[in-house]
Design a protein around this ligand. Structure first.
Ligand code: PEP
Ligand code: MG
Length: 564
């Protein structure tokens, strides 16, 4: 048995087979062949295998996320049968007497470069499809099983790092846990793991160089940050027992389902869940959330190869609204940029992407993308209690511009005779600027939702992605807590409600503090709903306020750089 220590970024224990996630493009070598016919037969076999995989993915996607999303795999199937593509591969093998891998790689490069140079945006986006199909063919030719998403059984994923778009494209029920060399507790991949209730560890440098993990048995203890490989009997027994104990605790908590989020002295709070897509709704409902406080719409954009159309988005938002059956669903408009990059939206490289063109800034700079999303959101809001939330706000004029565009979109829908609703419109308070002028912003909107993940990084000038800045990135810092308190106070003065949707909302050590501040809503990973409900029901806010009235928040204990 080998043990590796990392940072647990999502709790829980997983036991199962390990699968190394390889992102690198296949290295293809040019090989001369005398047997051209044999290479062509290999190519035909690889095509059949790729077609079989795509058919399977298409059916799976249809079942899990709907026909609309499955269309991408149909497009890949068509590309696999494309005469020009096939003609080129065959021609290269025959004329140059080379191996099929080389012919496929050359063809893939040529075609994707051709698409990338086209004027038409839709055709440009096809470049990524060509690359995808080419990679699949190369995998089939090399006899590899394909990327993790095609795995037959649920596995522990080991990787150097995972981007949000890679994570979101993985089949949730085929992942037992994540273990990565890099990453931080505040990264979006860690947030996704928590939302999906999948144990996850990060920060084990040089892990992949340590041994060949593929196919071995592993145990991930996300709560204690441990990764065991080829566990001995005693460890296996101990971890399985711990896993059972966790299941028992969850069982006990389930008695709280259907109960109110009411303190002993009669204060009520809204307890909502965060979701990254339709796939999370089952967990939202089974954990008895009162609504969705943050639906990160950008994951719809990240899990695909081109922009979702208005109709595709409308169908998804409508489905969420219907599934939540009248409960509030707060959908955040597109928040890409920084660590969340869509390959097909070729953003220019930035020196400081977290301070750059992301979220609402990007939407205001590309109003066609923004308007498409707003049309879909307003239409879907006729089918449930959708609220729209704008991220990364820094000023009043920005909010006024957004509301102006929103009104234009509604007028357009009205004139076209398209059915739409009148959703609440709120903003995220996740920049110090927004927190400090929250008194001015409050009259402009229907609600505030505090994004503590970004608010902490911007207030403390500490990159949330940075693996060595854990000691500086401290969401308990008085600067952050004072801003939260100030935002809530300003919201109430203007008669609107204020919630928290950053990860801090799920921090049980602060639940009492948040209630005492008057926070109206907490939006947390689905698995945190019931533990928070238990705490709320045990507390007496008035008593707590009296006890802590004379306390001044002190400076946090300084932890040196590098500790986390
Ligand atoms: C936040 O910043 O707190 C937030 C909820 O948004 P995200 O983590 O997606 O940036
Ligand atoms: Mg944010």
């Amino acid at each position: 048995m080998r043990c590796y220590k990392g940072s647990g970024v999502s709790g829980g224990i997983a036991v199962g087979k390990i699968r190394v996630y390889r992102r690198e493009k296949q290295q293809v070598k040019r090989r001369h062949t005398e047997d051209v016919q044999a290479e062509l037969l290999r190519y035909e076999a690889a095509k059949e295998e790729a077609a079989r995989q795509l058919e399977m993915l298409c059916q799976k996607a249809c079942r899990k996320i709907g026909k609309m999303q499955a269309a991408i795999f149909e497009a890949h199937q068509m590309m696999l049968a494309d005469e020009d593509y096939n003609g080129s591969v065959i021609h290269i093998v025959q004329s140059q007497m080379v191996n099929a891998e080389y012919a496929v790689a050359r063809t893939g490069d040529n075609f994707s470069r051709m698409f990338a140079l086209m004027d038409d945006e839709y055709m440009r986006a096809r470049a990524a499809d060509v690359t995808d199909v080419t990679e699949r063919l190369l995998e089939a030719l090399s006899g590899q099983k394909g990327s993790q998403t095609d795995a037959e059984e649920a596995v522990i994923i080991v990787s150097d790092d995972l981007t949000p778009s890679e994570t979101v494209q993985m089949e949730k029920n085929q992942i037992l846990a994540f273990v990565t060399e890099q990453g931080s507790v505040h990264s979006h991949t860690a947030i996704l793991a928590r939302t999906m209730a999948i144990p996850a560890l990060t920060g084990i440098p040089d892990l992949l160089a340590a041994e060949a993990f593929d196919g071995k048995t592993g145990i991930v203890d996300g709560t204690n940050g441990m990764f065991y490989v080829d566990p001995d009997e005693e460890t296996l027994r101990r971890m399985l027992a711990a896993q059972q104990e966790e299941a028992g605790k969850r069982e006990l908590l389930s008695a709280l389902k259907g109960k109110e989020n009411l303190t002993r002295d009669g204060r009520r709070i809204l307890l909502y869940a965060n979701a990254g897509g339709i796939g999370d709704i089952a967990a939202v409902l089974s954990n008895d959330a009162g609504g969705i406080g943050l639906f990160r719409s950008e994951f719809l954009y990240l899990e695909r190869d081109c922009f979702p159309t208005e109709e595709e988005q409308f169908q998804i938002y409508k489905q969420v609204a219907e599934m939540m059956a009248g409960k509030r669903v707060i959908i955040r408009t597109l928040d890409i940029g920084a660590d969340k990059q869509c390959d097909y939206f070729q953003q220019e490289k930035e020196e400081n992407p977290a301070l750059g063109l992301r979220a609402i800034r990007l939407c205001l700079m590309h109003p066609e993308i923004f308007r498409t999303q707003l049309r879909a959101l307003f239409r879907a809001s006729a089918f449930g209690k959708i609220a729209v939330m704008y991220p990364m706000i820094t000023g009043v004029s920005e909010v006024r511009r957004i509301r102006e565009i929103a009104e234009q979109v509604k007028t357009e829908l009205r004139e076209q005779g398209v059915l739409f609703g009148e959703p609440e419109q709120g903003i995220m308070i996740e920049t110090p600027a927004a927190a400090l002028i929250s008194d001015l912003l409050a009259p402009e909107v229907d609600f505030f939702s505090i994004g503590t993940n970004d608010l902490t990084q911007y207030a403390l000038a500490a990159d949330r992605q940075h693996p060595k800045l854990g000691g500086y990135y401290d969401p308990h810092h008085p600067a952050v807590l004072r801003m939260i308190s100030m935002v809530v106070e300003n919201a109430h003065k203007a008669g609107i409600w204020a919630g928290i949707c950053g990860e801090l909302a799920a921090d049980l050590s602060l639940t009492r503090e948040f209630l005492a501040m008057g926070v109206d809503e907490l939006s947390v990973p689905p698995g945190s709903i019931l533990p928070i409900r238990r705490l709320i029901r045990e507390m007496n806010v008035e008593e707590y306020q009296t006890r802590t009235a004379s306390q001044i928040p002190g400076e946090p204990a300084f932890a040196p750089a590098g500790s986390s």
